[in-house]
Design a protein around this ligand. Sequence first.
Ligand SMILES: [Zn+2]
Length: 159
Amino acid sequence: MKEYEISACVKVFTQEELDSADAELIEAAKQATETSYSPYSHFQVGAALRMESGEIIIGSNQENASYPVACCAERTALFWAGANRKDEVVKAIAIAAKSKGEFTSGVTGPCGICRQALIEVEHRQKRPIRLLLYSRDGIHVTSSVGCIVPFSFYSENMM
Ligand SMILES: [Zn+2]
């Protein structure tokens, strides 16, 4: 038998420790929670992408009475970018979430479906997507989405 560990390097910053670009991206994710349509979960999520051009693209969760129809904030932003900024590199994504009107504490990471969507973009563009997770306790940052998606599934796995 062999055994190995998988680990991820996560840095936790205070708001004051962020550089101005990251602070702006976090603020955009926080603001994006305001456009959430979440009458069922009352869980407002905002995502903000930093594109290579410097542009920020936001997304928020969009729910539906038929629950599976809903789309998470991360994919709302990512798919908008894919449709409108084709082949442009996504450098970073910031995510913020509110529960009962308050930003969450602790780490609120992307769901499994969004991780899969993000890892495919990262893999396709051959450039890491930095991940910034806002919480009241600090901003948790990884240098790549791949850090939180071990054993990632790619199209090459089907060959
Ligand atoms: Zn999701």
